[in-house]
Design a protein around this ligand. Structure first.
Ligand code: SF4
Length: 636
């Protein structure tokens, strides 16, 4: 059955809203396939505004891969701003895709990619605007399967009531597999309705269907157990891992935004995974093992992406880009190739060593030496041992001195506040470090024209990390430490003016903490916040701590219990039935090592310390060098 475009009705509303261009679609490399020719139809959502959602790599890759399948179509949908939401409600215009402007409810699958938990209320807005019941149990056969992915889906329990399904890990192969299951079920005449479709997905072992699992609780509120409530549903659901990135060189046709977005460049992911073992870093833990893209594929992707998109900036992405085993050759090869052109290269690496500066020098050949970012993360030597960030003060001073003496004038240092075992003096150590950085820079250059910006984020303990058992610092403590740090920096006559200071208050971290380590009972809070008008919680101008606390109180959910409470080893955690590949005993040991200020090495270069990932995947970490060159080179 054909579906009509909503655009004529939407178009009438656009003159009345801000940035209407974000809703019109038609970007270079976007795709609108014939509705009737497809047997499986996906709406892919990034639950934030277009300007944040369009550059998202996960959505862009799936969009392309699904549209390459002959019988499948995929379109994109983003969160609409409150001004358009109000008009859509008044005029009865439902949530639409920006490609074909088709109603989201008409699709078979609504895939929502969550980079952060603060997008949960935006998903509820989209469901409600689409006319899809918020609670999965209220949905009928005409509603799409609502499927979550992205890093936050590694603990989807707080949104379990709103989801039909979730997938963990890399999406490329599982998206195709899900399409196949849906196609087959539809071709058979949709036997057994959505329940059977969900059952088929759950039985495959690669898709988590929350309603097929019951959660039992102890009288004190802790989880007693999570168990399947149907036969053939696995006890644990495993993450997906694409083992050969060269086989998946996406995006091949990068989307070029019409409206302003947060990144306007072509991004190539040069590897996935990280083995540095930073204990606070969920991304590093859940994306193991390391899988490198080869130098030849990187070169070909860059060349192709620029040709297909016209972007004049290329970013080489990963969790720690300077760690690619052939990054030196990649940097030199690309810098040689694009020298003298208007193509600029960027490497968002924060590694604290001189090699990183060599790379930055290569990448800045076509640009200015403006700013470099380093991430020591912890302010004191002790704190950096706890979080396993193996950077000494000497390393940092030596690295920034090299940067300043090679012409870089601006250094940004990234830290966290509220880390486990943190004391006041660990945070005050940030001020000492920043002052030493300026002092060393002035001595190295003989100039007072040296700046350093200290940027501080609030730490949130995350599932599937060694800190998943840790007590989160309360926001009063975080704010008090950050105020004292600000006073120390501002009050310094010698260095204060050379040091910039950026920080956020601790309250949003508490809400993020509630959502990160929450269980199914937290869903009531999310719904209450949304009903009270909660939207765009990742935006400080929209976020309301008071609204979240009022909703928690109304629904009887103790925020402290979920955030500032330390967990025991044997407590069943809400995500224990979801397998990120990490061995629980290893995680616990690493947590104990953290408390004892004991570091572990990067297993990429040193012997395996049995985190469990490689045996679970039946693989080994995949790194070069391949010995190949960045060829073939074409004259640009
Ligand atoms: S199993 Fe061993 S080699 Fe593989 S990621 Fe874990 S520690 Fe590293």
């Amino acid at each position: 059955m054909s579906v009509e475009s909503l655009f004529p009705r939407l178009e009438a509303l656009l003159p009345k809203v801000q940035k209407p261009i974000q809703y019109v679609g038609g970007e270079l490399n976007s795709t609108v396939k014939d509705w009737d020719d497809a047997s499986v139809r996906w709406a892919l959502m990034y639950p934030d505004a277009y300007e944040v959602g369009l550059p998202n790599q996960g959505v862009a890759i799936l969009y392309e891969i699904l549209n390459e399948l002959p019988d499948t179509l995929a379109e994109r949908t983003y969160s609409v701003w409150p001004d358009l939401e109000a008009l859509m409600r008044a005029e009865g215009v439902p949530q639409f895709t920006v490609d074909g402007h088709r109603p989201v409810r008409a699709f078979d699958v609504l895939g929502v990619s969550f980079s952060t938990e603060l997008g949960y209320t935006n998903m509820l807005t989209a469901l409600d605007l689409a006319g899809i019941p918020l609670a999965a149990v209220d949905r009928g056969d005409d509603d799409p399967i609502v499927l979550a992915g992205g890093h936050a889906a590694f603990n989807p329990e707080p949104i379990a009531d709103f989801l039909d399904a979730a997938v963990l890990g890399d999406g490329e192969q599982i998206a195709i597999a899900i399409s196949e299951v849906v196609r087959e079920w539809k071709s058979e005449g949709s036997p057994g309705g959505r329940d059977e479709l969900l059952m088929r997905l759950a039985e495959s072992g690669g898709v988590y269907v929350p309603k097929f699992y019951d959660v039992e609780y102890h009288p004190d509120g802790r989880i007693k157990r999570v168990a399947p409530n149907r036969p053939n549903v696995p006890w644990r659901v495993h993450k997906h891992t694409v083992m050969d990135l060269d086989e998946w060189p996406y995006p091949k046709k990068p989307l070029v935004p019409l409206a302003e977005t947060v990144h306007e460049r072509f991004s190539v992911e040069i590897f996935r995974g990280c083995t540095r073992g930073c204990r606070f870093c969920q991304a590093g833990m859940i994306t193991r093992p390391v899988r490198e893209r080869s130098i030849t594929t990187i070169g070909a992707m860059v060349e192709n992406g620029i040709r297909e998109s016209g972007f004049n900036e290329v970013g080489l992405l990963s969790l720690s880009s300077a760690d690619h085993s052939e990054i030196g050759a990649v940097a030199k090869g690309l810098a040689d190739r694009y020298e003298g052109t208007n193509t600029s290269l960027s490497l968002p690496s924060t590694r604290v060593d001189a090699f990183n500066i060599d790379l930055a020098n290569e990448f800045s050949r076509n640009g200015r030496r403006s700013g470099l970012t380093f991430a020591p993360e912890g302010g004191s030597e002790r704190m950096r041992k706890v979080i396993n960030k193996m950077v000494t003060e000497e390393d940092l001073i030596r690295t920034v001195t090299t940067a300043y003496s090679q012409g870089w004038r601006q250094v940004k240092l990234y830290f966290m506040c509220g880390l486990p075992t943190e004391r006041d003096e660990d945070v005050m150590g940030i001020a000492d470090l920043a002052k030493k950085v300026i002092k060393a820079g002035r001595e190295a250059t003989g100039s007072r024209d040296i700046r350093c910006t200290v940027s501080i984020g609030g730490f949130v303990p995350k599932p599937h990390t060694p800190f998943q058992w840790a007590a989160q610092a309360d926001h009063e403590t975080v704010d008090r430490r950050l105020r004292a740090l600000r006073e120390s920096l501002r009050g310094d006559r010698e260095y204060g003016k050379a040091i910039g200071y950026r920080y956020h208050d601790g309250k949003p971290s508490i809400v993020e903490g509630l959502l990160s380590r929450g269980d199914r009972r937290v869903g009531a809070v999310i719904r209450a916040v949304w009903e009270d008008g909660g939207r765009f919680d990742g935006w400080s101008e929209h976020f309301s701590y008071e609204r979240w606390m009022a909703a928690a109180e109304k629904t009887g959910v103790g925020v402290d219990w979920y955030t500032t409470r330390e967990r025991e080893e044997n407590e069943v955690l809400p995500w224990d039935h979801l397998d990120a590949g990490l061995d629980r005993e290893w995680l616990w040991q690493d947590w104990k090592d953290a408390v004892n200020e004991t570091e572990v090495e990067d297993c990429r270069w040193t012997p395996c310390y049995d985190c469990g990932v490689c045996p679970t995947m039946g693989t080994e970490i995949q790194i070069g060098p391949t010995g190949k060159k960045l060829l073939p080179l074409t004259v640009v």
